[in-house]
Write a new protein. Sequence first.
Length: 433
Amino acid sequence: MFVLMFIVLLVATETSVWATCLDGFVPWRGPDSDGFAINSKGACMPLCSNGRGLNLSNGASFKLFADKTTTPSLNVMTDSMTCYADAVSGPGAGLNMFDGKATWHLYTPAPCPTEYTVSYSCGTGATGNAPDARIIDYGALLGFGYDYGTCYRKGYYANGWYLDGVVKSPGTYVPYDYYADKTLTIRWSPSVFAAVYVCNSHETGETYSSVTYGNRFTPIKTPCAPPCGKKLVGYDIQDYDGSDLGRRLSLGESFVWDYENNIRLSAIWENDDTAIATYTLSYSCGSGATGTPPPSRTVKYGNLYTPGTDIGTCARAGYTFTGWKIESYARTATEYYPYTYVLNRELVAQWGRPSYAAVYICNNGTTNSSYLSGSMGSSYKPDTTICTAPDGMTFAGYAVQDAYGVDTGDVIAPGASFTWTYDNNIRLSAIWN
């Protein structure tokens, strides 16, 4: 073993007494002084640990023997100092701190206990009795079992232990290398339960929500299609066997989950069989578009509706209106669809790039029916081999004209590309030198 060696500068004529540190331990005792008392109760403490020096207090300076024969020198305690095989002992020996801290004395070494007590605790918020305490030898394996006694915590389950704040899983072991008694505290985790939706309609599928105990939970508003167009107004809470628990929720109401089992949410529909729910169908210009959409409208559940061709002042540069979308479903402007939603919905305008034609005009005395198809914002390279050059002339590019032959002022050099910025058909008129 390695043991730290100290010398004391108490009286000039006093000599140090050397003795072997028993099993690497020594009892620390001493009065409180300057707020740096080291374990004044006198419990056994390791003098040396893992080949490192004993860190006394904030880097206090002291005298240290390099060995039994050399002259002591002034040192500052660090974690990296080597421990030596001999220890200072005897009532007159000790360690003199040179930075105003107290002088601590090492007394005759004594062995530490070899047996310790491991006790158990149910933990905060739990009731019941933890398992009985037990005795364990230093160095023996400490097992973490599945026996939690009668400990109970509502809505939680036990899934391990805390030892000095560190989680230990059941079925694992660690060597007991502590020089003190320890308490194992149960680790509790919140349970996860299911809220099953009972539609009380023609729906046969089962929908459920997973909820963690103690969390706030809001039941979903559309678990299933309503019967006969009725409107869902809330839920009755039942246990999993269908017995009513005396709690009713209005639609959209939330609550803190305090049930210890799965529950059923039994749908409550409008009582009037002739009442058909009415919903609002609103409009949106869609992403990238500007303007104001048409006004919203109302529609009754189950009735047919048509999205309509009225797009208000909605517009998107370089695009044309192609129809509507409700949720993820495309809808044309003029077809009829049954309204089968139990909530308000929004129709979002859909836009597409229009396709135009660029007709080649050869200007060489021949007719030509070739054309290039293009759409707004795309890049194109006109074909330079479409037209045959007149005798003695060379191709010099294309002049861009509108569909009626009026020059736009744009010229495309031979082999060059252009970006389509025209919202109509165009003519590519050949230029000859």
